[in-house]
Design a protein. Structure first.
Ligand SMILES: Cc1ncc(COP(=O)(O)O)c(C=O)c1O
Length: 384
């Protein structure tokens, strides 16, 4: 069997490896508390589940649902962007549903990266940014997110020769893993930089509605002229507790969305219709529960922040997303620390290096675990 070089050169997806490591501990009877992945543990409100059921009970919703998303879903996406950000989108050309946004992130690379092309990706960052580039035969350039810059990309630090070679640039705020937010003047600088160097901005915004302490995250499409160079990716996974449902979206530049769609029509056959109908209900329905749900995450954040200093760790105060980004105790290696804690305390924390070289020395701690388990995790870690 000859496996493609593309696969041979691809490291295994980091969270798939972690799943195996945790399963090995569980097989030994350990009650593992995983603070690894950002998979919401709460369910969507009943009206979304009812919409799914109603649609699934119909006779005419089980065939292929079309390549472009239902008109109702595209309209709901445009309506959400108008209400939430004051951004106007043409539902036909500037809004495209995705089978979860991860699909769109990976396919974006195949639509825009030729062998030898360069992709700028913030680091630490969501692994698909750099893996997409690799899979498409391109290279990636790590744009460091540093604490002293509030985890914002320093565009002045990117050499012109690098910027001129790049076709795509990945930015993500509220940021996974650091929890940093992007001020508007930063987003304006990003758009100006992309225009200067003829780069498509891929703005990954799945945490825009997961914010703390009153912070309201923007869309980059609020920047004047951003649509000329930007595709924004968004998702129902985190906002609506629908991670397993696999519904995301690409919005913004019509030409780029068209290229992505051309690729996708040759790869997938759209989203199961009842999921689309339920997504319409989610986007058009009552949004007030989101603020209450965010308070649950905020309380969990504060529990983690309360036990970290006792473990000799400091952390960045996240503005949004689903994580606490903590510095490992001085002199310790983050991967060794995480493995030791899994084996000795039965608590899994993701080492920062899972998100790139600039994650060295950090741990990402997920908020997707109930308060009682978080307290127990803290106690177990402290004991070890
Ligand atoms: C920054 C970021 N982008 C994209 C995704 C993918 O989300 P989904 O494919 O569920 O829409 C995630 C999931 O954790 C994420 O953290």
């Amino acid at each position: 069997m000859k496996v493609a070089e593309r696969i041979k050169n691809l490291p295994p997806y980091v969270f798939a490896t972690v799943e195996k490591r945790i399963a090995a501990q569980q097989a030994k009877g350990v009650d593992v508390i995983s603070l690894g992945i950002g998979s919401p543990d709460l369910k969507p409100p009943q009206f979304i589940i009812d919409a799914l059921n109603q649609s699934a009970n119909r006779d005419d919703t089980h065939g292929y649902a079309g390549y472009y998303g239902t008109p109702a879903l595209r309209k709901a996406i445009a309506g959400y962007y108008e209400r939430r950000f004051g951004v106007t989108l043409d539902p036909n050309t500037e809004a495209r549903p995705l089978i979860g946004s991860k699909e769109g992130l990976a396919n974006m690379a195949f639509a825009f990266v030729d062998p030898g092309d360069l992709v700028l990706a913030s680091d630490p960052g969501y692994p698909t940014y750099r893996m997409g580039a690799l899979m498409a035969g391109g290279d990636h350039y790590a744009m460091p997110l540093l604490e002293e810059n509030d985890y914002l990309v320093d565009f002045n630090g990117i050499p012109d020769v690098v910027a001129d070679k790049a076709t795509l640039m990945w930015l993500n705020y509220p940021n996974n893993p650091t929890g940093a937010g992007a001020p508007m003047d930063f987003l304006e600088r990003a758009v100006a930089f992309a225009k200067k160097h003829d780069i498509v901005i891929c703005y990954d915004n799945p945490y825009c509605d997961l914010c703390f302490d009153g912070y309201v995250a923007p869309s980059i499409l609020q920047v004047k002229g951003a649509k000329d160079v930007t595709v924004e990716f968004n998702s129902l996974s985190k906002t609506y507790n629908m991670a397993g449902w696999r519904v995301g979206m690409a919005v913004g530049n019509a030409e780029a969305i068209d290229a992505l769609t051309t690729l996708k029509t040759n790869i997938d056959s759209g989203i199961f219709r009842p999921l689309q109908d339920a997504s319409v209900a989610a986007l058009n329905g009552d949004q007030s529960w989101i603020a209450e749900r965010n308070l649950i995450y905020q309380r969990r954040r504060d529990i983690i922040l309360s036990w970290l200093p006792k473990l000799g760790m400091s952390a960045y105060m996240p503005k949004g997303a689903l994580y606490v980004w903590a510095k490992v105790p001085a002199g310790q290696d983050c991967e060794q620390y995480a493995i030791a804690m899994l084996e000795k305390a039965g608590v899994w924390l993701t080492p920062g290096t899972a998100f790139g070289e600039y994650g060295k020395g950090f741990l990402r701690i997920s908020l997707c675990v109930p308060e009682a388990r978080l307290k127990e995790a803290g106690e177990r870690l402290l004991k070890v």
